[in-house]
Design a protein around this ligand. Sequence first.
Ligand SMILES: [Zn+2]
Length: 358
Amino acid sequence: MSTKEQIIELFKELNGKDKSILLNELGDLKSNKEQIKVDNIGNCPYCQSNHTVKNGKHKGNQRYLCKACNRNFIYSTGTALQGIKKRGQFEEYRSIMLNEGIVPLKTMSRRLDISVQTAFDWRHKILCGLRSNIGDFENITEVDDIWFLYSQKGRQGLKYSRKRGGSKRRGDNDFQVKLLVTSDRNNTNDMSVVRIGRLKAKDIERKIGDRIGDDVTLVSDKHPSIKSFAKKNKINHVSFKSSKHIKDDVHHVQTVNGLASRLKGELNHKLRGVSTKYLQSYANWFQFVESHKNKVNLLKDKDIGLTNKQQWNTFTSIEKQYANFIKKYSVRTYRCPTKRNWKTALKDTKSIVNVGYM
Ligand SMILES: [Zn+2]
């Protein structure tokens, strides 16, 4: 039976009232009306205050006024939905991502009848809601650093042709973007882009320092920075030569090695390399997928990648976050800023939830 026939069969089973409700909703879907409703309006997207009151309507939607900062907002302000007119298609896009993973932009453009630029923007808007660095690491905790070539893929106006990174030689060099992979045996994990160049102990401190529980035994290769991080923080540490990957049955880094090779497969092969600017966003996606591996239907959580009130701010400030990262954690030169402007982008980016570069 085709999907359409199945739907018709199911439709017949509904009672009269539900039938007419559904028909109305389908009508809305067709005309791209507000499909995705957020039940709980929550805090002010500008200042996070919960001191808000209803304040009339805006284009048919309930408007709210924040008593703390005196700004108006509706349910979608600050979320991935801000500024999106084709809501039905956006919802479809999100469900494709959650069910099928990252699908090439040209395919998405064709399937949903949107431009490639829109397909790109929507992908990254959704990714901006996915960083979940919650929970402390417990017990055996593996840590390793992996690298990706520095890449300015997609950046316009560069004077030299090699947009896709520098030297491919092994060993530490200033074209290697380092990503720290941490995982304990309960699948609490973290994937953080830390620096371009050699990993430092303070990078580890900055990224996972406050998530190391008292009972943690850190397992890694003999990287001096990991060693000094452990020593400084008085963390039990088991290490071995990196060629061996294993000390004994319990002390190995096979979990993080597995994560790392799957991530490299996704980014370097499936997506044929991603720009350093978006590397952390993709790592967040991957981390999200890995930590939800055993959960059957991701779509049951209707908030995923959608209603986080910082998503719009995060999305519109990625270029600034990236610029800060390059200036602070690399010896590369930040060049040719992307010239895109959003009227509602916040000027003060300090309070913004960043994708994870800082
Ligand atoms: Zn406010």
